[in-house]
Design a protein around this ligand. Structure first.
Ligand SMILES: NC(=O)c1ccc[n+]([C@@H]2O[C@H](COP(=O)([O-])OP(=O)(O)OC[C@H]3O[C@@H](n4cnc5c(N)ncnc54)[C@H](OP(=O)(O)O)[C@@H]3O)[C@@H](O)[C@H]2O)c1
Length: 340
C-alpha cells in the first residue's frame, strides 16, 4: 500500500523528513477495522512526534492521527461496524498512523462518519472533536446540552481559531449553551471564532485578565487552555471563578502554580485524547459514542466541519507543506489531505 513515512527525524524543510513509501497492507486483530483511508487531517501532535532528533527508525514509521475512510475488513470480534461502513477516527498514538492507504484501528475508538459530509470534511473532525468533547464534558464536567444553568455560565477558550478551538467553540456555545469568550490575535482568526459561536473575542497576546474584565466578565466559570500553558496559566488562575475549573491540553515546560486556585476551591485538569486508547481503559468505547454523537450533531446542522483547506493527493510533498503550515502556529481550522 502507499504511505508517507519517516525513518529519520528531520526539519520539515528537508525533503527526507517525510517520504513516499510502499508498505505491506496490515492484517486486522480481533477488534480491529482495516480502513481504506480516503482523507486525513494534520495536527500539532504529528509535528511534535516528527520533531528533529538523533533517533533512526529501523523500518518506516507512519504518523498521522485523523482519518475518514471506508471499512475494508473487520476482525473476528468486531460488532460495531461492517465492511463498507463510512467511518472517521483519530486512532491510537502507540500504533501506526493514518498517513497510509490502509490502516488498522480498534473499533471502540471509531465513529460512523457524518452522512452529510465528504471524506475531507469528516477527516477534519475526529482528533479535535474528541479532545474538545473530553475537555468540556469529562474533565471540566460541563453539563452536556443546553441547560438553564449553563446559560448563566461562561467559558474562556484560549486559542479559539485553532483546530481544537474551532470545535470547542461550537460544542461550548451550540451544544452546552455556555457564554463563550474566545481568544484570537488577528482579524481573520477573530472573525472565524465569532462565526463559530464566540460571543466575545479577546487577544491572547494582550493582557488577558484586563481584556476579559473589560468585556464584562470578572470571572469565568471554566477556562480551556489550548496553547502556551506556561504563558496563560497565571491569567487562567486569576480569571477562573470560585469553584470553577481550568483544563489544559498543552504540556507545560515550567512547573505549574496551582496554589492560586486554593482559596477559590477551583480545580485543574489535564486532557489527553490518547489516554483511553493508550491505557485501554474500560471506558474506551466512550470515544466511539462521542464520535457518533458528534456525527449526529453535524448531520442535524447544530455544529459544522472545521476544514479550512484541502490538499490533494496524500503524498510526502503535500504532507510536508501541511506540517510546515502547522509549525508556523497560525492555522485557522483544519488542513486536510485527500486521496492516495
Ligand atoms: N492533549 C490533547 O489531547 C491535545 C489534542 C489536540 C491538540 N493538542 C495540543 O493543543 C495545541 C493546539 O492544537 P490545535 O490543533 O488547536 O493547534 P493549531 O490549529 O495549530 O492552533 C493554531 C492557533 O493557535 C493560536 N495561537 C498561536 N499562538 C497562541 C498563543 N500564544 N496563545 C493562544 N493561542 C495562540 C493561533 O491564533 P492566532 O492566529 O489568532 O494568533 C492559531 O489560530 C497544540 O499544542 C496541540 O499539540 C493537545
Amino acid at each position: 500500500m502507499k504511505a508517507v513515512a519517516l525513518t529519520r527525524y528531520l526539519p520539515i524543510s528537508d525533503p527526507q523528513s517525510l517520504v513516499d513509501v510502499e508498505l505491506p497492507t496490515p492484517v486486522p486483530g480481533a477488534r480491529d477495522l482495516l480502513v481504506k483511508v480516503e482523507a486525513i487531517a494534520v495536527n500539532p501532535v504529528d509535528t511534535k512526534v516528527r520533531a528533529p532528533k538523533e533517533k533512526v527508525e529501523a523500518s518506516p514509521r507512519v504518523l498521522g492521527w485523523d482519518a475518514a475512510g471506508v471499512v475494508e475488513q473487520v476482525g473476528a470480534e468486531v460488532t460495531l461496524f461492517k465492511r463498507g461502513d463510512r467511518v472517521y477516527y483519530a486512532g491510537d498514538i502507540t500504533r501506526p498512523g493514518s498517513n497510509s492507504a490502509f490502516q488498522l484501528v480498534d473499533e471502540r475508538i471509531v465513529g460512523h462518519a457524518p452522512k452529510s459530509l465528504s471524506f475531507a470534511e469528516a477527516a477534519a473532525l475526529p482528533l479535535t472533536a474528541i479532545t474538545a468533547w473530553e475537555a468540556l464534558f469529562d474533565r471540566l464536567r460541563v453539563a452536556a446540552f443546553n441547560t438553564a444553568s449553563n446559560a448563566q455560565r461562561s467559558i474562556l477558550l484560549i486559542g479559539g481559531a485553532g483546530g481544537v478551538g474551532s470545535i470547542a467553540i461550537q460544542l461550548a456555545a451550540k451544544v452546552a449553551g455556555l457564554k463563550v469568550i474566545a481568544t484570537a490575535s488577528r482579524p481573520e482568526s477573530a472573525r472565524w471564532c465569532k462565526e463559530l459561536g464566540a460571543e466575545v473575542v479577546v487577544n491572547h497576546f494582550g493582557n488577558l485578565v484586563e481584556e476579559v474584565r473589560a468585556a464584562g466578565f470578572k470571572h469565568v466559570d471554566y477556562v480551556l487552555i489550548m496553547n502556551s500553558t506556561d504563558t496563560h496559566m497565571p491569567a487562567a488562575a486569576e480569571l477562573v471563578a470560585p469553584q470553577g475549573g481550568i483544563c489544559t491540553i498543552v504540556e507545560n515546560a515550567k512547573p505549574l502554580d496551582v496554589v492560586p486556585l486554593k482559596n477559590k476551591s477551583a480545580f485543574f485538569a489535564w486532557e489527553f485524547m490518547f489516554t483511553r486508547a493508550m491505557f485501554t481503559t474500560p471506558d474506551m468505547i466512550e470515544q466511539h459514542k462521542l464520535l457518533t454523537e458528534v456525527a449526529r450533531l453535524v448531520d442535524a446542522g447544530v455544529i459544522r466541519t472545521t476544514v479550512a483547506e484541502v490538499l490533494k493527493p496524500v503524498n510526502a510533498a503535500n504532507l510536508r507543506a501541511a506540517h510546515a503550515k502547522l509549525e508556523a502556529g497560525r492555522a485557522i481550522g483544519k488542513i486536510v489531505l485527500e486521496g492516495f
